[in-house]
Structure formats: C-alpha cells, structure tokens
Design a protein around this ligand. Structure first.
Ligand SMILES: NC(=O)c1ccc[n+]([C@@H]2O[C@H](COP(=O)([O-])OP(=O)(O)OC[C@H]3O[C@@H](n4cnc5c(N)ncnc54)[C@H](O)[C@@H]3O)[C@@H](O)[C@H]2O)c1
Length: 440
C-alpha cells in the first residue's frame, strides 16, 4: 500500500465513523485531516494488546474501528473502556477472519498468545493490513520465517513489539557503545529473574468459562481440557502457546545485546544449560533456570535466567551488562550506569562516568513509530527481520532444553539443525486441522 492508497482508504473509512470519534476526549486531535487518520483494529484484547491499542490511540489521529477476542468477557470489558476513555465504539468480533473483511481497517494490532501470532499476522497482511505484532514474533522458528516472507510478499509494514528499541535508555547505551566510549565491546551479560516465571500453583481442569470460544483460543494448538493455568496470562509457561521466560524476556533483552554489534543473523551455535531448580512443582512445562551462551564472531552474549526470584546483579531483577575494555555499561528499562575502568599508568578513568536513573517510556514511542511508518512506508524500529533474529535466539535454547542437547548447531540458510534430528522436529509446529501454516 503506497501513500496514495493509505490516504484513499483513510478517507473512505473516516467518512463511515461519524461524530463519536471527533468528540473523543482523548486520542483524537480536533481538526486532524482525514488523510492523516489511521484506522486500527485490535485482535487479543486482554492485557498487552489492550495497552498497545491505548498507546496507538494516545498518539492521536487514530481510530479504533474494531476489536476482536475469543473471550467475550474480555472483549466487552475492554470495548467499554475504549468507549469511556476515548469515546470510540469499535465493532466487536470473536472471529478475526470476519474482522479482516473490513476494508476500512489500515492496521491490525495483535495481542494474542504467541501461538496465534503467525496465522493472524499473515492473514492480516494478506488482507492488505499493516501489522503491529507483539513479541516474540511467533512461537517457533518456522512461523517466524513465514512472517518475514509474508511481509515482503504483501509489501506490508510490520512492527514487532520489541519496544525497548524505541526507548531512551537502550538507545543511549547503543550511542555510548557505537561511539567507542567503552572501547571494544567484549561481552554482553544478560540476566532475567522473575517470580512469575515459575508458573501458577497446580489446579484441576474445569469446564470452559461462559463466553469463551476455547476451540478458537487453542486454534492451531492441540486440543486439551480447559485449565485456567493454560489460559489468560499463564499460557506462556506451556510450549504449545509460549516459551516461558526464555522467550518472554529473552527476545527483549537478547535483541539489545545483538543490537550492540548490529548482529542481524541467526545464531549458528548455542550452548544451553536448562533445569528446574525451584523448590515447588508448579503448573509449567518451560524451564525455570537457563544459562545460555551465544558465541559471536568477536564477542559473546551470555543469558542467565532464574524464575522464582526477583533479585539480581547490581540490585536489578533483570538487566544487561555491556562489558568493554574501558568501561561496563549496566542498563535496564529504567536506568543506565557507566562503570569506567581505572587506568593505572595514566592515573585516570578510561571512560567518563554516566548515569540516568529516572526511567523512561518506550511503548508509546514504539506505537508512534509504527504509525509514522505506516504513513511513510519506511521500515519501523523493529521490522520482522529483527524480530525473527531475536526470536531465534530464544527458540533455539528452548529447543535445546526440550531435546536435552547442550550444544545446537543451526544452519540458517537451510533452516535446520545440523547435529540433532530431534531438534529439527521442533523447528515448525504441526498445526491442528483445519488450521494450516501458510506456505511461502
Ligand atoms: N511488549 C511487551 O513488553 C509485552 C508484555 C507482555 C506481553 N507481551 C506479549 O503480548 C501478547 C499477549 O500477552 P498477554 O499477556 O496480553 O496475554 P493474555 O492472555 O493476557 O491476552 C491474550 C488475549 O488474546 C485473546 N485471544 C486468544 N486467541 C485469540 C484469537 N484467536 N482471536 C482473538 N483473541 C484471541 C485471549 O482471549 C486474551 O484475551 C503475547 O505475545 C506476549 O508475549 C508483550
């Protein structure tokens, strides 16, 4: 869709929206030319997707034309909030395929669990919509590959929700590293310790709650009895839908480690230790402890994750230490500190101290970046190629952990592991009929 087509779609759709949008207390700049409005739709409304929608509406000049969720309790609650908060009254759907028939929709925000990202994103792109898809870009390597190809084939703007790329703190870290302030970057140490990563206490299966289309929630994943621990929020601890802390936080933080040296390729070798060391059995398939090493051409990235804790190095539950010859930068989403080395010969610090500890926002900037790119047709801060590479750095150690293979060798050109047949079985999920992984 070029700029002209964007304008014509926006003009047509705005005409059909009526006064409610114009009177909205928030999210609408009075007098915004119709050609500058963006019509968005949200699929998956419970938590992050809803936050993403609000961030888009807060940018101004954005209409929410429709919302879709397979849980009508979530759908009705969130739609009411958009009515109260923004004076907008989107059309509601339980089936995203019906929603995608709305020609007026310019862009779709995807806030479903990970196992749905690929199918919904590719269908949205095929229907001519640009896509803001939450991270991890998909729940498998194979699905990430399909999404990258689909974005190219359909010529769509795709922003992956790795919003740390849009925030001040990690941009500042990149500036310090890339301008040579810490000398040669030798190592990136990442840690992520979160209580929630151990999962919930075990509860029995139960009937599907009223108002939930559970079959549609499962979608391409295998059929299972309903259990609330495998549903809203806590699905992320089960392989069919997510990848635990490794993908949840891994894609965010590994992405920044890769960005430090502009690594845009998949890992070719990953060394993984994974175990369950938490004292209690919880409702979870994913591992609670993982230590992963990614050797790169001229540096190394180390990942260390312990679920069930909320404390870590530098008094941070999660963070990144960029270790250079002249200084170490330590950063997370709310603070950054530079710790210079002491030069004994020169009797002075080898780098300048720097600290910023006030916390910054990145979600809204990331949403605004997407909106701008939809209009300009420029690549956004986190295009699918970047989302894919970050996701592969999380999926490969998860596969290693699942098949019990401490070293995995990945041949990206041929989309296969060269040293494990068992690992190759987990590259692409087998979709439950009638769902089919789009072929490209
Ligand atoms: N960028 C970030 O910092 C960040 C933070 C949290 C979560 N996330 C990501 O956001 C996504 C959503 O996570 P969450 O915690 O909000 O999950 P959630 O379980 O709270 O919400 C998911 C919603 O999607 C709905 N859904 C499921 N299948 C659907 C379908 N086929 N059609 C329509 N709706 C469907 C569910 O009913 C639910 O309301 C995940 O991919 C997660 O990794 C990103």
């Amino acid at each position: 869709m070029n700029r002209r087509k964007f304008i014509s779609q926006a003009t047509v759709s705005t005409a059909g929206i009526g006064m409610a949008t114009v009177l909205s207390p928030k999210g609408w700049i009075a007098g915004t030319a119709p050609s500058d409005t963006l019509n968005v739709a949200l699929i998956g409304c419970n938590s992050m997707g809803f936050g993403d929608l609000q961030n888009h509406l807060d940018a101004g000049g954005v209409n929410c034309l429709s919302m879709c969720d397979v849980d009508e309790n979530v759908l009705n609650k969130r739609a009411a909030e958009i009515g109260t908060g923004y004076g907008q009254h989107p059309k509601l759907f339980k089936d995203f395929r019906k929603m995608l028939e709305m020609k007026e929709i310019d862009a779709v925000i995807i806030g479903t669990p990970d196992h749905w990202h690929c199918l919904i994103a590719v269908n949205s792109m095929g229907a001519g919509k640009d896509v803001y898809v939450e991270k991890p870009m998909a729940n498998s390597i194979g699905e990430c590959n399909v999404m990258v190809k689909a974005a190219k084939r359909f010529n769509r703007i795709v922003q992956v929700g790795q919003q740390q790329r849009s925030g001040f703190i990690f941009q500042k870290a990149m500036e310090l590293i890339k301008s040579g302030k810490i000398g040669n970057l030798r190592k990136v140490n990442i840690w992520a310790n979160f209580d929630y990563g151990v999962g919930e206490s075990i509860v029995p299966d139960e009937p599907v709650p009223a108002g939930v289309d559970y079959d549609m929630w499962l979608g391409p994943a295998p059929v299972r009895p309903f259990n609330r621990n495998r549903f809203h929020g806590s699905w992320r601890h089960f392989w069919d839908y997510g990848g635990g802390l490794m993908t949840d936080w891994g894609v965010h933080l590994l992405d920044i480690g890769l960005w430090a040296k502009d690594v845009v390729s998949a890992p070719d070798r990953v060394l993984t230790y994974a175990a369950n060391t938490f004292h209690e059995k919880r409702s979870r398939e994913t591992f609670d402890s993982m230590t992963v090493t990614y050797p790169k051409a001229d540096f190394v990235i180390n990942w260390d994750m312990t679920a069930g804790l909320q404390q870590g190095p530098y008094d941070m539950s999660y963070g990144i230490a960029f270790i250079g010859d002249n200084a170490t930068i330590v950063a997370n989403r709310s603070k950054i500190n530079v710790y210079p080395e002491w030069d004994e010969e020169q009797k002075k610090l080898r780098a300048e101290k720097y600290a910023f500890t006030e916390g910054t926002e990145s979600h809204k900037i990331h949403a605004r970046n997407f909106i701008e790119c939809v209009k300009s047709r420029q690549q956004p801060a986190c295009p699918p190629e970047i989302g894919r590479v970050a996701a592969l750095h999380a999926h490969i150690p998860n596969i290693a952990a699942r098949v019990g293979e401490p070293v995995l060798l990945w041949d990206d050109a041929n989309n296969r592991f060269t040293n494990s047949a068992a690992a190759n079985e987990l590259v692409t999920p087998i979709y439950r009929k009638p769902w089919e992984l789009p072929a490209f």
